[in-house]
Structures are given as structure tokens and as C-alpha cells.
Design a protein around this ligand. Structure first.
Ligand SMILES: [Zn+2]
Length: 331
């Protein structure tokens, strides 16, 4: 699929009136599984809902059931369920035109500064913050779902830890940062980053086993907790980069991980208030790198993730009672 840009997004929605979505946009939203296709979506009685134009509603469409029960009965029940096209979807929290939400997501993925986005899309800062939070959650959940591992036999992975968000003041006192444990595969630059509360052997070994395939050659600095790696099926080469940049025996160095810390920290906002927010920012960094290395269109991947996270067809999301209006009609 060709990659997206702002011009293409606005062209896809193709109308002056931002509140009604075009057929092209609808098709794309269905492809991302952000909106179900007709035939997939059923009312509580099991009838297939139809997606019908509705001038009164946001987006210009509404799900509707007009199923009538079989003839011959004295009272025919006409099911007249109506469900908003946004119900239980990625868009349900917002009343903004859909084209703006898609454009916002695109600009957010591109790390465009928030004040530019609010001005360009004519939205409030509050809306921008709320929508950024939604976007971060999508990427965080999506990246966890992908659950990739790096390394493998013949691969070299550098591991290490770095403190994020530490701030020093003139008084000499500062704000404690959050420790992040990470690894990066030489040659491919595939990586992982995990905030950790504890930096003991059990915690770090669990992270290593989760993210690095067995038989990988792991390069780290001389830290005692890594001694056990050999017992876990890894090859471990040690490097003390505070003394030598290269280990004179093995010629192994750990500069790839230093690059990773530098890039990851540059991509972060200045303050990390808590572990959850930091985790989400790290997930965005990993998401961006994942798309780039795999040559994937980030917007496409993003909305596929959103479609999986918010699926109105999911059995876990029940249609609420207030959305169902059933009428008894005399035939
Ligand atoms: Zn029905």
C-alpha cells in the first residue's frame, strides 16, 4: 500500500463538509477494521445491521436494523436498533470530524509539535492532549501485542541500562529518574526498552528471556548480574566501557546501545511523570523504529493496531441498553 500523507488523507475524505465521510474513507476505515463491514455486525437479536446514510448524525452514517419477524403472527416485532457508527470504536470518545482525528493521528505519529497540530486542525489543547493519550495507548497495546524478540544464533545484542528523566538542580539535589533496561541487535538495530523498578538479577533475567532469543551473543558491561547468562543458553561477552571503549581481547564494543539511549532520550518529552507514561513513550519510540526497519507505513500500522484495540465486534464490548430501542408495532 502506498504511504499516507496529509494531502492524501484529506483527499480520501473528499468533501467540503467535514462531517460526512466519503465512500473512499469508509472503505479505508473498514479495511483497518475501525468500522465493521455490513454483514459482520449484528444487533442483539442476531440480525445483520445495515450501514445507512443519516444526515442528522456525525459522519453521515448510522447502523440500523429494520428486521421484521415472520409473517402470520398477530404482532410483528420490528427491530429498530440504531447504533452510532462510532460506538465502541477508536473514535467513540470524540465528536471531532473523523478526518481531523485521522489527520491528528498522522501528525502525532510524525512527532509534530502539539501547538502546530492544535493550530492547524483548529482544536483545543485539551482535545490534543486527550487524543495524544489515546494514540499512545494504541501504540503501547499494539507493540505489546506484536511481542517480537531480537537476536538468535549468530546475532549480537548489546544490553545495558540507563536512567531516564533525571533532573539536576543547582542546589545539587535532583529528581530521581526511571531506570530503563534495553537491548539492541547489531546490524539490524532492532531493539527493546523496558522500564524497570528493580535492577536485580531476577528482574533483568526475566526481561532478557522475554526479549532476546536463546543462543544470542550478548554484549554487556561488567556487571555481576549478567554472569548467569551462560546458564540460560546465551553467549556472554563483557565490556567495561567506562575504562575501554573496546575490549582489547575480543574487540567487542558497546556503542550501538549508546546510540540507542541517545535516540530514545531525544525522542522523549522533558519530564516523565510516572512509569506508565514513560512506558508509552518508549513504546512509541519502538513503534517508529519497528515501522522504519520493516519498511511499513506507520499510519497504516497504527490504525490496524487501533482496529484491534477497539473492535465493536468484540464479544467483550456489549452494546449498551440505551442504544437499543425496540418497538412493538401492530401489523
Ligand atoms: Zn435487529
Amino acid at each position: 500500500m502506498a504511504s499516507f500523507n496529509l494531502r492524501k488523507i484529506y483527499k480520501m475524505f473528499d468533501n467540503e463538509n467535514e462531517t460526512k465521510i466519503s465512500a473512499d474513507a469508509l472503505e479505508q476505515l473498514q479495511q483497518w477494521q475501525l468500522i465493521p463491514r455490513e454483514g459482520q455486525y449484528l444487533c442483539a437479536q442476531g440480525h445483520a445491521l445495515r450501514l445507512l446514510p443519516s444526515s442528522a448524525k456525525l459522519d453521515g452514517f448510522i447502523w440500523r436494523c429494520h428486521q421484521k419477524s415472520a409473517k402470520g403472527k398477530r404482532k410483528a416485532r420490528t427491530c429498530s436498533v440504531q447504533i452510532s457508527i462510532r460506538k465502541n470504536t477508536f473514535f467513540y470518545r470524540s465528536k471531532l470530524p473523523m478526518v481531523k482525528l485521522i489527520a491528528f493521528s498522522y501528525l502525532w505519529i510524525k512527532n509534530v509539535p502539539q501547538d502546530f497540530i492544535t493550530e492547524e486542525l483548529s482544536i483545543s489543547l485539551r482535545t490534543a492532549i486527550e487524543w495524544s493519550n489515546c494514540c499512545r495507548e494504541v501504540v503501547y497495546t499494539g507493540m505489546n501485542r506484536i511481542g517480537y524478540q531480537i537476536g538468535g544464533a549468530g546475532s549480537v545484542v548489546e544490553i545495558g541500562e540507563s536512567e531516564f528523566g533525571r533532573r539536576k538542580y543547582d542546589s545539587g539535589r535532583g529528581v530521581e529518574g526511571q531506570w530503563v533496561f534495553g537491548g539492541v541487535e547489531r546490524g539490524t538495530n532492532r531493539c527493546f526498552l523496558v522500564p524497570v523498578e528493580q535492577r536485580d538479577k531476577e528482574t533483568l533475567l526475566a526481561v532478557i528471556k522475554r526479549w532476546i532469543l536463546p543462543h544470542t551473543t550478548i554484549v554487556s558491561d561488567f556487571w555481576k548480574e549478567y554472569h548467569c547468562l551462560r546458564d540460560e543458553g546465551y553467549v556472554h561477552l563483557k565490556q567495561n566501557h567506562s575504562i575501554n571503549f573496546k575490549n582489547p581481547q575480543t574487540q567487542e564494543h558497546t556503542n550501538t546501545i549508546e546510540e540507542l539511549w541517545r535516540h530514545a532520550k531525544l525522542s522523549m518529552p522533558q519530564h516523565h511523570r510516572n512509569k506508565k507514561v514513560l512506558s508509552e513513550h518508549l513504546a512509541k519510540f519502538l513503534f517508529t523504529r519497528h515501522c522504519k526497519l520493516a519498511d511499513l507505513d506507520a499510519l497504516n500500522v497504527f490504525f490496524e493496531m487501533a482496529g484491534l484495540s477497539y473492535n465493536p465486534l468484540s464479544p467483550y464490548l456489549d452494546i449498551r441498553e440505551d442504544d437499543i430501542k425496540e418497538e412493538l408495532k401492530e401489523e
